[in-house]
Design a protein around this ligand. Structure first.
Ligand code: SF4
Length: 62
């Protein structure tokens, strides 16, 4: 599966786990943000791990 899009839905509690797991893609301020100009496929395993680890399940990708 290739990843063309990554986004954060409403409800992020800014716990920081996604940035810890995959700082190449996620940066957490008030809420988590997806970095621009990133080749998501290079970090596919990190994106999936972060989505699985997110306690409120707001990390989405397709
Ligand atoms: S892991 Fe989920 S709740 Fe935590 S900062 Fe990332 S998106 Fe927000």
């Amino acid at each position: 599966m290739t990843i063309a899009k990554v986004w954060i839905e409403d409800g992020c509690i800014a716990c920081g786990i996604c940035e810890e797991i995959c700082p190449e893609v996620f940066v957490v301020d008030d809420v988590s943000n997806v970095k621009l100009n990133v080749d998501f496929n290079e970090y596919a395993s990190g994106i999936k791990a972060a989505a699985d680890a997110c306690p409120v399940e707001v990390i989405k990708y397709e």
